[in-house]
Design a protein around this ligand. Structure first.
Ligand SMILES: NC(=O)c1ccc[n+]([C@@H]2O[C@H](COP(=O)([O-])OP(=O)(O)OC[C@H]3O[C@@H](n4cnc5c(N)ncnc54)[C@H](OP(=O)(O)O)[C@@H]3O)[C@@H](O)[C@H]2O)c1
Length: 276
């Protein structure tokens, strides 16, 4: 029989552990699944499973969060997680004697390929503009088609696990700004991403899809310059090829309308916390 309060976190890495700690603190039973589950925080029950290997035998649980991340940025790594791994987990859940009451899939904002700096939200068009976006969108489609009660969170760039690559590149004087018009970047502090997941798990009637992004899309060049000032690093120089790829501002209006409140409403509060 399903443990009425148990949550399975599949892909229990940085984000999953932040979610797990919050749930454990609120009295939930939490099972953390990853290939090497030794060393998970106290209170999260470890379950070592390679989701890409075969449909796993999963315990009966009330809710599931899938937040496994690819080992690398290439198409094969994305397919391993979002096609094979996610497909195997979905098969196991869909055929379980007691399917979960809610399944939350974490993907990303990558499939928004808009280039004109426009605002995008959950109703904006997404395109499988590369193999990675295709794998993400297919994963979302499979959840919708599974018959399971599911919802999707698409976070933008997550930060807040220590210094991170952006601050490191500034501190080491390696950060550069591509020439040409500046571009929008979108981000969310990892603690807010975890809190948003816990919030969505608790909603009585969640929407099928939410963007996970803070309240201030940021001119990327201005962000780099300001952060460099904050930490006393050299101002990044403009060099290299003009930036290509997506350029859009992601809206968090739906997440806010659901009642979620940010600890770090913009990058300013978030990076202040990171820098202590
Ligand atoms: N980083 C960003 O800026 C960003 C932006 C948007 C969305 N996201 C999404 O946010 C989610 C969480 O990211 P994160 O930062 O928490 O990543 P992370 O720390 O790398 O954690 C991902 C976990 O997935 C597990 N995993 C990978 N392949 C697996 C498999 N075949 N079977 C079982 N577990 C597997 C890994 O553990 P083992 O190695 O032990 O298996 C790892 O602990 C991901 O969905 C990611 O795509 C991230």
């Amino acid at each position: 029989m399903a443990d009425s309060a148990a949550v399975l976190i599949a892909g229990c890495g940085d984000l999953g552990q932040r979610v797990g700690r919050l749930l454990v603190a609120s009295g939930r039973r939490v099972i953390g699944l990853r290939r090497r589950a030794g060393g998970l925080p106290i209170g999260i029950e470890p379950l070592s499973v390679d989701l890409a290997a075969a449909a796993p035998s999963v315990p009966a649980v009330d809710q599931v969060v899938f937040c496994a991340a690819p080992d690398a940025g290439d198409a094969a790594a994305y397919r391993r997680v979002y096609e094979t791994g996610w497909g195997n987990l979905l098969s196991a859940l869909a055929t379980a004697r007691e399917p979960p009451r809610r399944v939350l899939l974490v993907t990303s904002t990558r499939p928004y390929a808009q280039r004109d700096g426009q605002w995008v939200d959950e109703d904006s068009p997404v395109t499988p503009h590369d193999a990675q976006s295709e794998a993400l969108l297919q994963a979302e489609t499979r959840l919708r088609d599974s018959g399971l009660p599911g919802l999707v969170l698409r976070p933008a760039g997550l930060y807040g696990a220590g210094e991170g690559p952006l601050l490191r590149s500034l501190r080491e004087g390696r950060a550069t700004i591509p020439p040409g018009p500046s571009r929008w970047s979108n981000r969310m502090h990892r603690d807010d991403a975890a809190r948003a997941i816990v919030h969505l798990l608790a909603l009585a009637e969640p929407a099928p899809l939410y963007l996970g992004v803070d309240g201030e899309p940021t001119d990327h060049a201005a962000l780099l310059r300001e952060l460099a000032q904050w930490i006393g690093a050299p101002a990044p120089v403009s060099t290299g090829a003009p930036a290509a790829g997506a350029n859009r501002r992601c809206s968090n209006a739906r997440l806010l309308a659901s009642g979620f409140r940010f600890l770090y409403p913009t990058w300013r509060e978030g990076y202040r916390a990171v820098l202590g």
